[in-house]
Write a protein that binds this ligand. Structure first.
Ligand code: PEP
Length: 248
């Protein structure tokens, strides 16, 4: 039986004060739910939030990670640096990084690899744009996104990784994939992995992301191949994030 996981992605929101309040609000509402929970906060708030989550069930993650280990790469943050602030997870290949900052399938694979070299669990984000969906390219796009990582690090690396299916057309748009639409792609991803390694396919957590909210989370999480969620907008409010977590 796979453990579920709910991850908040705060994106570029908040202040130091509001981040502290939000983290404290989430911690205050945690209970012994049989699932895992994490927040991916802006880099500069990692030191503060890292202190707050110590000894709690709330895990910490980053929203990106460098594709190199160290050196003259101005503006980048390495896996070693993130490890110092107890990041358990790192998002890699979020569609906003792919769309606005030029992340390619190959650079995402390198970020995935860097994370694992420091025992950080990469959360590999995959998903199609609306145009790709309309042209029936969803599965092809996802194959390419997965293959780039598998080609670099091998399928065994997915023993310690999470996949997030995030249809780009559903991120921040208020348009959630229906339970069935999401399940269809989650099932596809699991079968794709199963063709390479059945054991990994059975155990890997595949999260859904894209306008998940307290009122639609339960239906999504009830789907057999959806193991939790990557939550953007609704993770900026402790109450709604906790409601989503408690929908597991
Ligand atoms: C995300 O940022 O990964 C995301 C799913 O955002 P939202 O929930 O706001 O669509």
């Amino acid at each position: 039986m796979r453990r579920s996981l709910v991850v908040g992605n705060w994106k570029m929101n908040g202040t130091l004060a509001s981040s502290e309040l939000l983290a404290k609000g989430i911690i205050a509402g945690l209970d012994s739910n049989n699932a895992d929970i994490a927040i991916c906060v802006p880099y500069v708030y990692l030191p503060c939030v890292s202190e707050l989550v110590k000894g709690t069930a709330l895990a910490l993650g980053s929203q990106n990670i460098a594709d190199k280990s160290t050196g003259a790469f101005t503006g980048e943050i390495s896996a070693t640096m993130l490890r110092e602030f107890n990041c358990k997870y790192a998002l890699v290949g979020h569609s906003e990084r792919r769309t606005f900052y030029g992340d390619t399938n190959e650079s995402v694979a390198a970020r995935f690899s860097q994370a694992q070299q420091q025992n950080i669990i990469p959360i590999l984000c995959v998903g199609e744009t609306l145009e790709q969906r309309e042209q029936n390219q969803t599965f092809e796009v996802i194959n390419d996104q997965l293959d780039a990582v598998i080609n670099l690090v091998g399928v065994a690396a997915f023993n310690s990784a999470v996949i997030a299916y995030e249809p780009v057309w559903a991120i921040g748009t208020g348009k959630t994939a229906s339970d069935e639409q999401a399940q269809e792609v989650h099932y596809y991803i699991r079968q794709y992995m199963a063709a390479k390694d059945q054991v990994i396919a059975d155990k890997i957590q595949i999260l859904y992301g894209g306008s998940a909210k307290p009122d639609n989370a339960k239906g999504l999480f009830a789907m057999p191949d959806i193991d939790g969620g990557l939550i953007g907008g609704a993770s900026l409010d402790a109450e709604s994030f906790l409601k989503i977590f408690h929908s597991i």
